[in-house]
Design a protein around this ligand. Structure first.
Ligand code: KET
Length: 428
């Protein structure tokens, strides 16, 4: 009885103590020190666009392809792949490294159909959560196995690169890339930065269609960059989010990578099907690391899988099936290649129209760079204040760095956009 009483008293004591603690830490105080996160410079633009009720509004913010009616596109090759998949497959987990069939086909796109590295099984590769996931997985891998290294990132770059390597706790440096006066590549400063970086540094390179500038090195310049990387023993990590979107031909857009491979570099690559297959929301991509030999590739892959397991366990299955169905069937692959070219060509056409419209309006500025630049974006040279005026006065939404997503332009809005750009820049 005495024991029972003691237990009751003890329980009462616990209740009171818990009660007091509950009283003293009201539910809001758990997160009292949390400040609101800043708006994402790219995805925040879409949020603002959606909230604007104006019928004139134009979204040239996020890099997402639209057709000439301003509508998102599902490719015919994707529709056909989905038709074939429907009802035929189960929903089991993929392995931690994802669909090996998808990965195999994806490597061919980057390393080349006949790549000796694929044949020799020298590439450690896993399916990733699109291009972002591939970059993040690599950054985590870099931190774990090269804990004292840093990453050189081009200035400017896709804003999320900074977040990715920051969250992976890899220190960042930037290297010169864009030359604001010429609106082209600052090649000599870029080469100097490569030379001046400590031997064996990690560099992030955009394989093609540099985001946000639309400025890529020429083939000759890539050769020089690759040569200098060799001299310095640097590691090249290629982010290839726009393969096919620069020239319309995925093989041609992989030229930078092929040059590095010919020169014997051991590189890493992030690939994404968001843009070139229009699989944005499916989150399908691939991270690959070229190794010394098959044994090292098996080891590296095991570590990439170990990084993936506690983060997301294994990647989603649907997008991977779409990709492997398309690329595994010669007819469907042919159709996809045709569709990539149609998207790239429409963007190139919009560059010409936007430039012509601005010139017809008598803009005092040169807009040659609109047609010189390549890929999904035009780095217009507009200031953040000019962009703010476009948004406030004309309901045109874009990132404050002056980047225009060319894929959001069509024959119906190009005149309106040109007029607005002329209005905010003519007195500059
Ligand atoms: N790398 C680059 C250079 C890039 O521009 C993007 C996306 C990605 C990777 C990642 O894409 P994913 O969907 O994870 O495969 N850029 C566009 C969308 C975004 O910001 O998320 C953009 O710049 O608008």
């Amino acid at each position: 009885m005495a024991g029972f009483g003691k237990a009751m008293a003890c329980r009462e004591h616990v209740r009171i103590r818990l009660g007091t603690r509950f009283m003293s830490s009201s539910s809001s105080s758990w997160w009292q020190s949390v400040e609101p996160a800043p708006k994402d410079p790219i995805l925040g633009v879409t949020e603002a666009f959606l909230a604007d009720p104006s019928p004139d509004k134009v979204n040239v913010g996020v890099g997402a392809y639209r057709d000439d009616n301003g509508k998102p596109v599902v490719l015919q090759s994707v529709r056909e792949a989905e038709r074939r998949i429907a009802g035929n497959l189960n929903m089991e987990y993929l392995p931690m490294g994802g669909s090996m069939k998808m990965v195999e086909e994806t490597l061919k796109l980057a390393y080349g159909e006949q790549s000796e590295f694929i044949k020799d099984k020298r590439i450690a590769a896993v399916q990733s959560l699109s291009g972002t996931g591939a970059c993040r997985l690599f950054a985590d891998f870099q931190k774990r196995f090269r804990p004292d290294s840093q990453i050189y990132i081009p200035d400017p770059t896709w804003a999320n690169h900074h977040n990715i390597w920051r969250d992976a706790q890899v220190p960042q440096r930037t290297y010169h890339y864009y030359h604001p006066e010429s609106k082209g590549l600052d090649f000599s400063a870029l080469m100097d930065d490569i030379k001046n970086a400590p031997n064996g540094s990690f560099f992030l390179l955009h394989a093609c269609a540099h985001n946000p500038t639309g400025v890529d090195p020429s083939e000759e310049q890539w050769r020089e960059i690759s040569h200098q990387f060799k001299v310095k023993g640097h590691f090249a990590f290629f982010d290839m989010a726009y393969q096919g979107f620069a020239s319309g031909d995925p093989d041609r857009d992989a030229k930078s990578i092929r040059i590095f491979l010919q020169d014997g570099h051991h590189i890493g690559i992030s690939q994404s099907y968001a843009k070139n297959m229009g699989l944005y929301g499916q989150r399908v991509g691939c991270l690959s690391v070229l190794c010394e030999d098959e044994k090292q590739a098996v080891t590296v892959k095991s570590q990439l899988q170990q990084l993936a397991r506690p983060m997301y366990s294994n990647p989603p299955v649907h997008g991977a099936l779409v990709v492997s169905t398309i690329l595994g069937d010669p007819e469907l692959k042919k159709l996809w290649l045709k569709e990539v070219k149609v998207m790239a060509d429409r963007i190139i056409g919009m560059r010409t129209m936007l430039r012509e419209n601005l010139e017809k309006l008598g803009s005092p500025l040169s807009w040659k760079h609109i047609t010189d630049q390549i890929g999904m974006f035009c780095y217009s040279g507009m200031t953040p204040e000019q962009v703010d005026r476009l948004t406030k006065e004309f309901h045109i939404y874009m990132t404050r760095n002056g980047r225009i997503s060319m894929a959001g332009i069509n024959t119906s809005n190009v005149g309106y956009l040109a007029n607005a750009i002329n209005e905010v820049t003519k007195s500059a």
